[in-house]
Design a protein around this ligand. Structure first.
Ligand code: NAP
Length: 265
């Protein structure tokens, strides 16, 4: 599979992993639709990609506003006439214990991370099904497999993403549409700064775990051949998270005991 001349719609393209994915798809010769809420930042990302600016369009979207998805998808389809790859990447994290977290904050996490991803997918599917081709990439997380402190709503949203897209994949085989779940461990982006605290305000600082984590461009470089090969799931994490995933499989209770005393911010 190659991405040259394919059209790729990326949400969360204004920063971090989405921006790094945009650079990689651009290098590969794809047409790009960059989406997130911040138009100016998306324009900066667009400018930074390279000289072939006609291959890149900006389309703002708020993933919490599901009512806009139908018209935004129509707009996106009009930009290059088709969409071959949808990258559901936009998302927010959480840093708060549940006891001090408003239910509305949990709803916000579910709205953006879960309903945002499945809502856009729902809109683009008829187009992909009619063409009998497409790839849906979803940035899940190791938090979609392992729950930790301070991430109740975030882990819930990513577990929901995992379950949803694993199920959807089964329905899409017959239409030749591939679903790729990308599951990173900590990556050095603004995710912690933008994470929601209990009252919905931003955490505002980079956590230690992310300060020393892998850079987003390096991450994309490491997963690139697997993305192109349309692997069903790609886990990209440090040896520590890989070990945690292994322990979870063989002894979930042992993992819980280890996590109880681990630093997870
Ligand atoms: N970094 C990590 O450690 C890590 C690990 C596992 C998974 N992930 C996942 O990776 C994805 C990207 O995160 P990141 O690490 O690159 O963090 P980031 O640098 O904070 O980027 C988040 C992106 O999501 C967009 N976004 C947030 N809320 C949005 C909304 N309501 N509507 C539209 N776009 C929205 C942001 O754009 P605007 O602010 O411009 O809207 C931004 O482009 C997320 O799904 C995250 O859960 C990250």
């Amino acid at each position: 599979m190659h991405y040259k001349n394919k059209t790729v719609w990326i949400t969360g393209a204004s920063s971090g992993i989405g921006e790094a994915l945009a650079k990689a798809f651009y290098r590969e010769g794809a047409n790009l639709i960059l989406s997130s809420r911040r138009a100016e930042t998306l324009e900066k990302v667009k400018k930074g990609l390279g000289e072939e600016q006609e291959r890149v369009k900006v389309l703002t979207i708020d993933l919490a506003d599901s009512k806009s998805f139908q018209s935004k998808t129509k707009e996106a389809l009009g930009l290059f006439g088709q969409i071959d790859v949808l990258v559901n990447n936009g998302g927010i994290s959480q840093r708060s214990v549940f006891e001090e977290t408003d239910i509305d904050t949990i709803r916000q996490l579910m709205e953006v991370n879960f309903f945002g991803s499945i809502g856009l997918t729902k809109e683009i599917l008829p187009h992909m099904i009619s063409r009998k081709s497409g790839q849906i990439i979803v940035t899940s997380s190791v938090a979609g497999k392992i729950g930790t402190k301070f991430r109740t709503g975030y882990a819930a949203s990513k577990h929901a993403v995992q379950g949803f897209f694993d199920s959807l994949r089964q329905e899409l085989y017959e239409h030749h549409i591939d679903v790729t779940l990308l599951c990173p461990g900590p990556i050095k982006t603004n995710i912690t700064k933008n994470a929601l605290t209990g009252d919905g305000s931003s955490f505002g600082k980079m956590g230690d775990l992310h300060e020393t984590a892998m850079d987003a461009n390096e991450m994309v470089q490491k997963v690139w051949s697997r993305l192109k090969a349309r692997k069903e799931e790609i886990i990209i994490s440090s040896p520590k998270e890989r070990l945690a995933l292994f322990v979870k499989r063989i002894s979930p209770s042992l993992l819980n005991r280890i996590l109880k005393n681990s630093k997870v911010v």
